[in-house]
Write a protein of this length. Structure first.
Length: 125
């Protein structure tokens, strides 16, 4: 299991939450997603995917979870790029604020299978 983390670094607590949700200890690959907003986002997404350093076989066979970039349009472009490389929509981390926490803290609320969402939506066509 590989987490491609394009967001903020995961804390030890968040990594433990991800492990519990996934049922196994993932490897986390931190990938900087700072982008030049003057560049076309299709090229930015391709570069971000390249930074994962996965070959075509790995894209198709490794279980991958994405912690998406914080900039929405870049995250969407990256998901499209990853779908093209792997042949399916990846799962993503849903990281939310812990209600009432001071100072603010964040937790992994769920792991969302985008492929399962897509497949279910096909039944509503």
């Amino acid at each position: 299991m590989l987490i491609l983390n394009y967001g903020h670094p995961l804390t030890k607590e968040q990594l433990a939450q991800a492990t519990a949700l996934l049922g196994e200890q993932p490897t986390v690959r931190m990938i900087s997603s700072q982008v030049d907003r003057s560049r076309p986002f299709a090229k930015v997404a391709r570069d971000l995917a390249d930074k994962a350093n996965l070959d075509p076989h790995e894209w198709a066979t490794i279980s991958i979870v994405i912690s998406p970039p914080n900039l929405g349009p870049v995250a969407l472009a990256l998901i499209a790029e990853l779908h093209g490389r792997s042949g399916y929509f990846p799962a993503i981390l849903n990281i939310r604020p812990v209600q009432g926490a001071r100072p603010p803290r964040y937790e992994i609320a769920e792991i969302i299978s985008l492929q399962a969402l897509r497949d279910a939506a096909r039944n509503r066509r």
